[in-house]
Design a protein around this ligand. Structure first.
Ligand SMILES: NC(=O)c1ccc[n+]([C@@H]2O[C@H](COP(=O)([O-])OP(=O)(O)OC[C@H]3O[C@@H](n4cnc5c(N)ncnc54)[C@H](OP(=O)(O)O)[C@@H]3O)[C@@H](O)[C@H]2O)c1
Length: 312
């Protein structure tokens, strides 16, 4: 059976990739920081390997000995996404690893260039490392996770104001895939040797922002007033304005994703769901009827003090 090393094995996505790989019969090594080893499940085919991507190539090398595929689902800044993943790749080269799936799992970030999105730039810089590598790269693109896209950070849904905000016309199809579906596809792709050296695009559902609003109204049973925030030109100006004043990239990062989603440059191409028929992706309606219903809840911090519920 294939042996796969998963870096980022305790994260939101990585932990589910581990579970899906085990379900598919793979032998899994979980690269895990010492402080996080308690987060791993126990399983006869799961071997924890204590390590940190910042440990350097020599320290990472034993973890990838005998491994066929490396899957990275780490998150972080340049020291992780560029330097840490590069060291893992160098270790993988020395160990004769065949393939690596880097921690992309994004919109089609290779559909646009440098300077559009700070986090995409890190991933694109790391992708260049494969040009001279013996390890074949397989990048997995899925569009937006609804868990994040419909959360606070993207400023689309505002349950307190009862609004659904859109930049641009709202008619361009966008790609949405849940975290569990991304994990299920990634495990299938990791165990599919024909993906060596290819980008693989898979998607849960493709729909426009206006259609997404209809789905939100149907699932929540309430009206969400459409707020048209401006044109895509206005969106670019808003990003520039925030960048000028920002104390953190998180003040404009979500809008950087949206500009590439709404102008179509980040759209998935050559979607390969049909290659993995045993993965049945969740529709947006099904997501919103389940875990996604949490997006409709008015957060407690938005309640006025005199409205707080009294304990019974
Ligand atoms: N398409 C989308 O809408 C979307 C949205 C969000 C994220 N993503 C992508 O999904 C991927 C995974 O994100 P996530 O949200 O699952 O991340 P996450 O929950 O923050 O997990 C990050 C993982 O990386 C590990 N890690 C961090 N620094 C490390 C280091 N120095 N050495 C070893 N491991 C380290 C963490 O370990 P510890 O447990 O020890 O901290 C954790 O397992 C990323 O590529 C991210 O960009 C996509």
């Amino acid at each position: 059976m294939t042996t796969v090393l998963v870096a980022g094995s305790t994260g939101s996505l990585g932990s589910l990739i581990v579970r899906n790989l085990l379900d598919r019969g793979a032998d899994v090594r979980a690269l895990v920081r010492k402080s996080s080893v308690h987060k791993l499940p126990t399983h006869p085919r799961l071997v924890p390997r204590i390590g940190d991507l910042t440990d350097g190539v020599d320290a990472l090398r034993p973890h990838v000995d005998g491994v066929e595929v490396v899957v990275s689902a780490v998150q972080g800044g340049p020291e992780i996404i560029i330097d840490g993943q590069r060291d893992l790749l160098r270790a993988a080269e020395r160990a004769g690893v065949h393939r690596m799936i880097p921690s992309d799992f994004s919109i089609n970030l290779y559909g646009y260039g440098y300077g559009v999105n700070v986090l995409s730039d890190l991933r694109r810089t790391f992708a260049d490392e494969f040009a001279a590598s013996t390890v074949a790269r397989t990048s997995v693109a899925v569009g937006a996770f609804p868990e994040y896209f419909l959360g606070d950070v993207h400023e689309v849904l505002d349950p307190v104001a009862g609004t659904f905000s859109v930049w641009g016309e709202g008619t361009v199809p966008i790609d949405i895939t849940t975290i569990p579906d991304t994990a299920a596809y990634t495990a299938a792709i990791a165990l599919d040797p024909t993906t060596a050296g290819r980008d693989v695009h898979v998607v849960g559902q493709r729909l426009s922002m206006l259609d997404l609003r209809d789905e939100v109204e149907a699932a929540s049973g309430r009206r969400w007033n459409l707020v048209r925030k401006g044109t895509l030109r206005d969106l670019r100006a808003e990003i520039a304005r925030r960048q000028f004043a920002a104390s953190s990239m998180f003040e404009y990062l979500a809008l950087q994703y949206q500009v590439a989603m709404f102008d179509g440059t980040a759209s998935l191409r050559d979607v390969r769901n049909a290659d993995y028929p045993d993965v049945v992706p969740t529709s947006v309606a099904a997501y919103l009827a389940g875990a996604g219903a949490a997006h409709f809840a008015v957060p407690e911090r938005a309640w006025r003090r005199d409205e707080w519920p009294t304990a019974v």
